[in-house]
Design a protein around this ligand. Structure first.
Ligand code: RFL
Ligand code: PHB
Length: 396
């Protein structure tokens, strides 16, 4: 087989890239390790920056999001014994964000791929990248096994969209790669429940730990609580989860939280991770393959979309005008936005969680940071700008 771009991974990054490339007349083949049903069943992010919404709209992927998604004007922060306050992105920046689950985006992307006959090869194993180092005369190709048969695709570029555990990042020699990592001393227990959500996405800092109330639709809520790293889902039956969640919210909000049997429960560790550079020869990394953020700022999915935006623009310029400039600047440009969101997610994680090793001094400093944020419209505007997401860099 032969194509212009092999895309490894059919998560949001891989499928969105294939869609945008198709719109520019660039051919691609997507390789996916898992079965399609598995990819479609994963429950993850929910908050889309306005830039992400724009990219989906510009590429004809927004019909269902615009019908079923919920625009929000801001998010709320609450903490023990004090009033909550809004970080209002609409009032400060004139920008709203959209609450629309990653599961639905994934369905929309697969449906769009089906409509255009996009080759997506699922359940492939042993993916190996060859001749991708950019040496003169190198002919990149990817080999893999599908249905017990070894196959090979020759290509011009490889897009590594295969998430944190994928093969792409590790196909960059260790001597070239630099990794930055921070692991947090707790995890998030996430649940889905068929109950009416609170009106705002609400982040809570409480002496018992962080909590978050989020939204899927009028009858479906997503909640998270900070738990110990060693906790297992079995440690959190519903009759322990609901009282603990409510204990962390201010009383009037806790009273508004309805209870029902949870329909999904999982625990995720929190980490910040960046691997540089995001390009090695013919290989370009996008999304979780290159970076991970803790979910506190809801940035993971949005960064996958900004990487794809920059890479698709660079490939369109290369195939359309023969100019390599944006391919050459891809890594630096993508990383500027990545680090900005990495910093925001780290800041919010530090602000909103209870850290087991915090001294009384650390705790006081955190409380006064929250106090400042609550009372300063300038501090709120700065956070609103970061939460709503920075604009993409323009090029000539
Ligand atoms: P994905 O979605 O992980 O997709 C990568 C795809 O690549 C496939 N793959 C391979 N395919 C072929 N060969 C290989 N060797 C392969 N190795 C892997 C995988 O099967 C998969 O289909 O990465 P992508 O596209 O970069 O998208 C990134 C987002 O999914 C991610 O940033 C967010 O979901 C992060 N994230 C969350 N972000 C939020 O903003 N809010 C959240 O609440 C939130 N919850 C989460 C999350 C990520 C999680 N993971 C990755 C453990 C919860 C979890 C559990
Ligand atoms: C979600 O709705 O899943 C969600 C919302 C906000 C976050 C993380 C996750 O910061």
């Amino acid at each position: 087989m032969k194509t212009q771009v092999v895309i490894i991974g059919s998560g949001p990054a891989g499928l969105l890239l294939s869609e945008i490339l198709h719109r520019h007349g660039i051919e691609s083949v997507v390789l996916e390790r898992s079965a399609r049903e598995h990819v479609l069943s994963r429950i993850r992010a929910g908050v889309l920056e306005s830039t992400t919404v724009d990219v989906l709209r510009e590429n004809g992927l927004a019909a269902r999001m615009d019908a079923e998604g919920h625009p929000h004007d801001g998010m709320r922060i609450a903490w023990a014994g004090r009033d909550s306050f809004m970080v209002d992105t609409q009032a400060t920046l004139g920008r709203r964000f959209m609450v629309y689950g990653q599961t639905s985006i994934q369905e929309d992307l697969y449906a769009a791929a089906d409509r255009r006959g996009q080759p997506v090869l699922t359940e492939v194993a042993d993916v190996v990248l060859h001749e991708h180092d950019g040496a003169p005369g190198a002919k990149p190709c990817v080999t893999f096994v599908q249905g017990g048969e070894k196959r090979r695709i020759d290509c011009e570029f490889i897009a590594g969209c295969d998430g944190f555990h994928g093969v792409s990042r590790r196909s960059i020699p260790e001597s070239v790669r630099k990794e930055y990592e921070k692991v947090y001393p707790f995890g998030w227990l996430g649940v889905m429940a068929r109950v009416k959500p609170l009106p705002d996405i609400t982040y809570v800092n409480h002496p018992r730990g962080f909590a978050l109330a989020s939204y899927r639709n009028e009858k479906l809520s997503r909640f998270y609580i900070q738990v110990a790293l060693e906790d297992k889902v079995e440690d959190w039956p519903d009759d322990r989860f609901w009282p603990e969640l409510k204990a962390r919210f201010p009383a009037e909000m806790a009273a508004a939280i309805e209870e029902d049997a949870t329909i999904e429960k999982s625990i995720a560790p929190l980490r910040s991770f960046v691997s540089e550079p995001m390009r090695y020869g013919a290989l370009f990394l996008c999304g979780d393959a290159a970076h991970i953020v803790p979910p506190t700022g809801a940035k993971g999915l949005n960064l996958a979309v900004s990487d794809v935006f920059y890479l698709s623009r660079a490939l369109a310029r290369w195939y359309g005008q023969g100019k390599p400039d944006l391919l050459d600047s891809y890594s630096a440009m993508a990383l500027r936005r990545v680090w900005s969101s990495v910093r925001t997610s780290w800041y919010l994680t530090n602000l909103l969680h209870r850290f087991p090793h915090f001294s009384e001094f650390d705790q006081k400093a955190q409380e006064y940071e929250l106090d400042y944020l609550k009372n300063s419209r300038f501090a709120q505007a700065a956070l609103a700008e970061q939460y709503a997401g920075l604009a993409y860099e323009k090029v000539d």
